[in-house]
Write a protein that binds this ligand. Structure first.
Ligand SMILES: Cc1ncc(COP(=O)(O)OP(=O)(O)O)c(N)n1
Ligand SMILES: Cc1ncsc1CCOP(=O)(O)O
Ligand SMILES: [Mg+2]
Length: 216
């Protein structure tokens, strides 16, 4: 039996400090979870450690008793200090083998893949899911790699032995095509954090994804 916690990759909310500032991080995440988000990634590239740790602890408390796992982007120290369920690293972050050694076997580790030639280097024993993208142009990550497009996504997902969580410019309109291209789920910032009603946005996305999974 796997030492890792079970997780559901279908709908990952990636948080954004600016987009959640007015409503508040916990309120946005709480509404999104009520709407059907299955995974939450705390992401704040410029936050001070103390601020991020506090946010991670608040989200952990919010998600306690649910099946929704909490992942911390980039900062393994914060993931460990807050006893989060896992961490997400990119190609320029701590290398996955080192990240796994620090995290231990009981936490989840996600790895970003931005083009196909990075797939060969993946050791699937140490990684639990791949964040694949950007699929489309995105306003939420100024330093994102050029978009893969749906064909690039399909080609990369077909070569992966791990669940592919597609990211970048995904919304309820293009989510069905993304799922048909082979994604196990989607990760979004603006489609939920930037929505007037994050709960309703999450509900629509989740319905759309579930319909695509069941062949609709
Ligand atoms: C699910 C998911 N996929 C990709 C990313 C991007 O990670 P990275 O390339 O390390 O960029 P930053 O998010 O750290 O700016 C992600 N965060 N989540
Ligand atoms: C963090 C990240 N990594 C690749 S694209 C992206 C931003 C996704 O944000 P949005 O869903 O608003 O396009
Ligand atoms: Mg990163």
């Amino acid at each position: 039996m796997s030492a890792r916690p079970a997780f559901d990759p279908r709908l990952c909310l990636v948080t954004d400090p600016a987009l959640t500032a007015s409503a508040g991080l916990e309120r946005v995440v709480g509404q999104a979870v009520a709407g059907g988000v299955t995974l939450v990634q705390l992401r704040d590239p410029y936050a001070k450690g103390a601020v991020l740790l506090e946010a991670a602890r608040r989200l952990k408390a919010l998600l306690a008793g649910t099946s929704v796992r909490l992942i911390v982007n980039d900062r393994l120290d914060i993931a460990l200090a807050a006893d989060a369920d896992g961490a997400h690293v990119g190609q320029d972050d701590l290398p996955p083998a080192e990240a796994r050694a620090l995290l231990g076997e009981h936490r989840l580790l996600g790895l970003s893949v931005t083009h196909q030639d990075q797939i060969a280097a993946i050791d699937p024993r140490g990684i639990d899911y791949v964040g694949l993208g950007p699929v489309f142009a995105t306003m939420s990550k100024p330093d994102a790699a050029p978009p893969l497009g749906l064909d690039g996504l399909a080609a990369a997902a077909a070569r992966l032995d791990l669940p592919a969580v597609a990211i970048g410019g995904i919304d309820a309109g293009n989510a069905p095509a993304v799922m048909r291209a082979g994604a196990a789920g989607i990760a979004v910032i603006s489609a939920i954090c930037g929505a007037a009603d994050p709960g309703a946005a999450a509900r629509t996305l989740r319905r759309t994804i579930d319909a695509a999974i069941s062949g609709g």
